[in-house]
Write a protein that binds this ligand. Sequence first.
Ligand code: MEV
Length: 313
Amino acid sequence: MKSKASAPGKVILFGEHFVVYGVKAILCSIDKRVTVTAEKTNERKISINSKIGKLDLEADKSIFEINSPLKPFYYLANKAIKNENSGIHIEIDSEIPLGAGLGSSSACCVAGAAAIFKLFGEISKEKILEYAIEAERTIFENTSGADCTVCTYGGIMEYDKNNGFKKIEDEPNFQLVIANSNIEHSTQSMVSNVKEFENKNKEKFSELSELESKLVEDVLKLVKENKIDEIGEKINQNQKYLEIIGISNNELTKMIKIGQESSFGAKITGSGGGGCIFTLTNESNLQQVLKKFKDSNYECFSSKIDFKGLNTF
Ligand code: MEV
């Protein structure tokens, strides 16, 4: 018996890092997906196969013994077969660039939770999200839960740690151009660096959190009115806050400059230190922005909002 699920990657439009401290963020899912296929097996083993490697282990091991980026899948499979007399084989297929701030690990956790638990009966989206966040915590303990939430429900949404998510129902008329620095980064360590900044600069951080909060509220109004120029200015403003908390670097700054000069606005997305930046475009400047990044030899692509979220089949 096989079960299959796919989940989209994501872009944090506003509020990464600050969201870990309770500030509201705005996110959307993008039209690049991870697909996970899970199959029950007779042997009590968990085997996982993906482009980034394989894992083939006995079931019932403590999660602390597992040292692999595929650990969240082991966690989910082991949880699912706890009271079952079977094993699980998992296949992962992804279109989302890895470790680039585009939610590949969250999409894996969401699609993984859905495919694995569906082998044992019906399961709600709420429960899938809960298990996906638990799985993500095995590699990144302090997750705000924002990424898994948007990968589950899709679309564009506001999210805060304490109140969860609210979908933004107006369909914005923009497209994103995403450019990859190809500098690998670890979300866990970038979040720790920001924690250190917060510890050393309590007053400054709380002032920035207030500014970010206000900015997000302003953007929520602008999205309703589809004011793309003004949303772009807010994106550039948010980028300044991210630079102050120390998540940018020379390469990212160079890319942001190209983006800001050719589109409505550009900023880092996700934890920073590497990974991707995005720019806000529409049909008037999309091709020109892609050309600018390509001419400077950056890997880039245009992306639309995915409105489907988690899909099971
Ligand atoms: C990572 O995509 C986003 C962060 O805000 C961490 C989180 O929200 O868990 C940096």
